[in-house]
Ligand binder design. Structure first.
Ligand code: PLP
Length: 371
């Protein structure tokens, strides 16, 4: 076993060698431009079409157009710009990822979009009722992630789907939830943002699913690819890798879930024995995520002393370099000091047993030094 063990799977996952194999096969053959009319181009287009079918199958919903993007960030940006072009008012949760918050704020500043922000509760869950109560007659859409990247808290997508009036667009950022056994097939979901590198697929490819036939403006203009939904040559090997990663995640869903839950239980027991407060809502949480804090101990210190053994995150990787405490933890009611003590530990089916003895020894030595 080689150390440090990687425990930051919510930032990105390690590419599955089986996915690499599929992509290598495509890179090793003369693959045309998927927009070209000749045989080699048509073959490339057929690989992307097969990938589309695979993704729709794994989602268990077939009423979407898929727009291939560079990742979930682009998928969220595309959808938000499109929604803002045709509506005055959106309802958005305050615990969304920066790739939702920033484009929404941009639309507010530059295009006069009006937004009602909805907070989560102390468990990091956004109440359905609060979202519904925030609706106005001119509300064009609601943005709610399926699972939070910092705490793993699952959000009430299905309850919201049941309660939302049909004319209000429901967009779900499912970058963290997809491929982890979460049900994302509610018929009221109008669009979904996905990312391949969160489920052991390649970095650099994602998807925006939109209700079939929805006429949304493109963010990128150019060659008119993807029926005008997004310009740019399709990265066919990456798309095939994304589909393979999704297929494997579905095929191995129960195995991965059991592995992740078992590791989480051991981690929870270990952390509680060392005085941790668990911040993730364990009964409604991604199986691979644990957010916790050791009161009185700066998380950055623990991150540093554990670093020869494990790689853990302080908060969202996208906030790296930003000294502000996590907006998600603050929204849950933690004060700035408590939020600075929070660690996010996230793993996957690839993660082996952790070096508990070493982690414990280092932890106790730090505790003694700062006592
Ligand atoms: N949405 C969520 C919830 C995420 O956790 C992330 C990445 O951390 C993103 C969106 C952005 O995904 P990508 O890296 O594919 O742009």
């Amino acid at each position: 076993m080689s150390f440090p063990l990687y425990l930051d799977a919510n930032a990105t996952t390690i590419l599955d060698p089986r996915v690499l194999e599929v992509m290598r096969d495509h890179w090793n053959q003369p693959l045309g431009n998927a927009s070209a009319a000749h045989g080699s181009g048509r073959y490339a287009a057929s690989i992307a079409e097969d990938a589309e079918d695979t993704l729709l199958d794994t989602l268990g919903a077939h009423h979407y157009d898929i727009t291939w993007t560079s990742g979930a960030t682009e998928a969220n940006n595309t959808l938000i710009a499109a929604l803002a072009s045709r509506t005055q008012h959106l309802v958005v949760s305050t615990i969304e990822h920066a790739s939702v918050l920033r484009p929404v704020q941009h639309q507010m500043q530059h295009h006069g979009l009006d937004v009602t922000w909805v907070h989560c509760d102390a468990d990091g869950v956004v109440p359905t009722r609060a979202l519904i109560e925030a609706l106005r007659p001119d509300t064009g859409g609601v943005l709610l992630m399926a699972a939070n990247n910092v705490t793993g808290a699952l959000q009430p997508i299905n309850a919201l789907g049941d309660a939302l009036p049909p004319e209000v667009w429901l967009h779900v950022d499912a970058a963290q939830a997809f491929g982890k056994g979460c049900i994302l097939s509610h018929p009221r979901i109008d669009s979904l943002a996905l990312s391949a590198h969160k489920l052991h697929g390649p970095v650099g490819v994602g998807a925006l699913f939109t209700r079939r036939g929805a006429d949304l403006p493109s963010l990128l203009h150019g060659g008119g690819q993807q029926q005008g939904r997004r310009a740019g040559t399709l990265p066919v090997p990456l798309i095939a890798g994304f589909a393979e990663a999704a297929r494997l995640a579905q095929q191995e869903e129960e195995l991965r879930r059991q592995h992740n839950l078992a590791l989480r239980q051991t981690l929870v027991d270990f952390s509680r024995n060392h005085g941790a407060q668990i911040l993730s809502p364990l009964t409604s949480c991604l199986p691979n995520t644990l957010c916790l804090r050791f009161p009185g101990l700066e998380a950055s210190l623990l991150q540093a002393v554990w670093s020869p053994w494990v790689t853990v995150a302080l908060g969202s990787a996208c906030a790296a370099g930003n000294p502000d405490p996590s907006h998600v933890l603050m929204a849950m009611g933690l004060d700035a000091q408590a939020a600075q003590e929070a660690l996010r530990i996230s793993w996957s089916f690839q993660t082996p047993e952790l070096p508990w003895r070493e982690l414990s020894a280092v932890f106790q030595s730090v505790r003694r030094q700062i006592a």
